[in-house]
Design a protein around this ligand. Sequence first.
Ligand SMILES: [Zn+2]
Length: 330
Amino acid sequence: MIKTPITPTIPLDQDGAHHGFLRLPYSRDDSAWGSVMIPITVIQNGPGPTALLTGANHGDEYEGPIALQELTVTLKPEDITGRVIIVPAFNYPAFRAGTRTSPIDKGNMNRSFPGRPDGTPTEKIADYFQRVLLPMADIAVDFHSGGKTLDFLPFAAVHILDDKSLEAACVRAMRAFNAPYSVRMREIDNVGMYDTAVEEMGKVLVTTELGGGGTSTARSNAIAKKGARNVLIHAGILDAEMQIDDTVTLTMPDDDCFLFSEGEGLYEALVDLGDPVRKGDVVARRWPVDRTGQVPVDYHARRGGILISRHHPGLIKSGDCVAVIGDVVG
Ligand SMILES: [Zn+2]
């Protein structure tokens, strides 16, 4: 028996569709013996593979929660073989606040793994995934977007891994997800990530960046819904026909993909998402906010490719990610 403060209100291993909560005790001013109630659905039909589908790892990213809410209503036990575990809002307090990190402890779920059973609420949720839910899973899909401060071309992604057979399995699942863009990415900061926890357990992971700006669109939601369904078919859980459309394959091979701001100001984009960029091109510029008559500071691309991500708000600060450029490989 694993010691954890989190209790599921539904069985995690019984046939049928079960909708309930992961109940995390959280004693606070407005509720002395209160809990954080994280919605979860488990749909199971006999033995078979398990998929773990998560949204709102960051609370201000919405395609995952929308696609997964729909799946909890539309996916029927009789349609599947095995099990689908659906948590539409992984960092539930952050999701309810509409913020990237938890308002309770400022925890960034994707920097909190492997978590702690006796840690902050964010660390307790991470620990529950690390030691209870992930070991049950064969394949995981974690839906991300840019949140309020970034915007992305819609892509599914895998990481460049030391374990090449696992990487190949992740690539096959990414191709099944079939977003308009498919990216093999290096992480700039992979310590504490859910992705790393999944991969270190030898499980297949598909992650996504489907849009951003703190909202979702008809197009980005349709990509998320198709991707979730396709991955369940790919995993042998859902018996149906995959919908496969064209995808552009990109890589993010080195640090030159990333541009960071070294000052603050008014952000002007000169290149839009999906546009081609050559090395040295000015992709954005920064105007002063406090005076007139000064030339702007230009942000030059450090490599060629296409623009896959950009800063979203109208103002920019020192240290903010200005742009990410990917290399088109096919
Ligand atoms: Zn995210």
